[in-house]
Design a protein around this ligand. Sequence first.
Ligand code: SF4
Length: 262
Amino acid sequence: MIAALACRIQAAELRLSSHFYMDLPVSQQVYPPQCSDLHSMEQAIPCCKRCPDLVSYTSDVGHTRKRAYRDFEYWAKPVPSFGDHRAKLMIVGLAPGAHGANRTGRMFTGDRSGDFLYAALHRVGLASQAESIDRHDGLRLKGVYITAALHCAPPGNKPRADQLANCRPYLAAEFHILQPIVIFCLGGIAWKATLTMLREEGVKIPKPQPRFGHGAEVECETVTVIGSYHVSQQNTFTGRLTEPMLDEVLLRAICHCEIAAG
Ligand code: SF4
């Protein structure tokens, strides 16, 4: 009896410590992790094995590698969110790029999508530098936190509905901890994941559900959701999304945050 109680206390202590959480077998991991702060979330996410096929895919990509990154040690596991823990603007992307964030271990870092996004964040005053090269490049974000609908790189950048559902509790936890004034969705999948998460968390969403579009905006009680075309190469190389287009919606998001903060 006493031994069982001691075990339960020890398990609770382990759950409170994301460091120890990393060493627990999957069967003993609490899902989603009971984290009350973003730092613990960022420690716990890389240990998640909720989608075995994605965990195996990201690991395989890290072993096979791209020729250009042959000598690079890939991160090759779920990628944690990144940014200012006091931010009121939360950016939601689609998922880590297989040879971008899955390689470097930081959201939107190491590929063309990230180059486009961080340059924009720097132009509007949210990033300390325009380049995001790796986790140790000194980049700091101010007022913005970057997460994604999925924390593992999916094959072909196409996440399945069950994988998105598995990952949504992380988005929900970040929403509750951060309490953003604006959620800025990059692309239709992030838009849908965000509205679904908000509805699941009891936030009233206008009916019918607002459609995604570049510059789309919807008030959901205390939070404003703004959409932007994704910063993928398909959009930025074709001119579907230009720098002024992204800057305009980002500045609108900042404006919302500043107005709400008084
Ligand atoms: S996609 Fe999300 S839920 Fe699935 S394994 Fe990766 S981090 Fe875990």
